[in-house]
Design a protein around this ligand. Structure first.
Ligand code: PPS
Length: 268
């Protein structure tokens, strides 16, 4: 197969024949992309996603156990990362690894990350939404600034081995998105196989799959009583959480940080 390197920034350059997979900041849809890529990798057959934990199928490159897990599979492999571009070796850009970068409306990222931070025991307590908003805007959150992360990785736009897609595009047209991802990976799937990817990567399928819903993550890492990673899975949930003043504050910083970069996004 020509799936050649999956998911995220990082150590791909040091791993020969890696399938590069989803690269994203936390709460951007990382695990969704990880599921889509796992299913594409197995030609739509859900056997793999139902029998192997997601973090073993597409391990985190930023951890030693992740790298060891990745090397268990023959290339092409899937890898995953939340790291910013500058922490990856420059050789990644010249490597055969294929990089898929997933973005999401930052207000939804903020809300999703806020809830997720309450579940994960090694994340700092997010405090009030108001103070978390300030932390988010200044990049004082896990994996750093959304603005730096996006502008850094999107600097690779135009490179042959770089593909970006938004959470919103996945929501709007998952089937078309899967086809585009397959095209980028040079992987041909039949109509039936694409349909199987779409079906098995749905929010409900993932929520019901204990290999994908993080229910197997030890209680030492995540407080399962407080909620789950697959929380709502919708676009625009920020409207249910941010006040008008918080939204405007966000817009001001967004304009300051993103103006002049020539990027357009599918959210308002
Ligand atoms: S993290 O930090 O890597 O663990 O989180 P990440 O996977 O990047 O993002 C979690 C959010 O992605 C949503 N999600 C999905 N949405 C739609 N469809 C599918 N299949 C899906 N899988 C995961 C998940 O629900 C989190 O978003 P919120 O808004 O909190 O529901």
């Amino acid at each position: 197969t020509s799936v050649d390197g999956v998911w995220g920034p990082g150590l791909l350059g040091s791993l020969p024949g890696v399938v590069s997979g989803p690269l994203t900041l936390s709460s951007l849809g990382t695990n969704w992309m990880r599921e889509i890529l796992s299913l594409i990798h197995s030609d739509g057959d859900p056997g793999w996603v139902r029998s192997v934990l997601n973090w073993d199928r597409a391990p985190w490159v930023e951890s030693r156990p992740g790298l060891e897990a990745a090397l268990k599979y023959p290339p092409p492999r899937l890898l995953c990362s939340h790291l910013p571009v500058q922490l990856f070796p420059k050789s990644l850009q010249r490597s055969k690894a294929k990089i898929i970068y997933t973005l999401r409306c930052p207000k939804d990222v903020l809300v999703s990350l806020y809830h997720f931070s309450k579940l994960v025991r090694y994340f700092r307590d997010p405090g009030s939404l108001d103070s978390f908003l300030e932390d988010f805007l200044s990049g004082n959150v896990m994996y750093g600034s959304w603005f730096d992360h996006v502008t850094g990785w999107m600097g690779l736009k135009g490179n042959e081995n770089f593909f970006s897609i938004t959470y919103e595009e996945l929501q709007q047209d998952l089937q078309g998105s899967v086809r585009r991802i397959c095209h980028f990976l040079g992987k041909e799937l039949s109509e039936e196989q694409v349909a199987a990817v779409v079906e098995n990567a749905s929010f409900q399928s993932m929520k019901g799959n204990k290999m994908s819903n993080f229910s197997q993550l030890s209680d030492e890492y995540m407080d399962h009583q407080k909620g789950e990673l697959l929380r709502k899975g919708i676009c625009g949930d920020w409207r249910n959480h941010l006040s008008e003043a918080q939204s405007q504050r966000f817009d001001t910083i967004f304009r300051e940080r993103m103006q002049g970069l020539g990027m357009t996004f599918p959210w308002d």
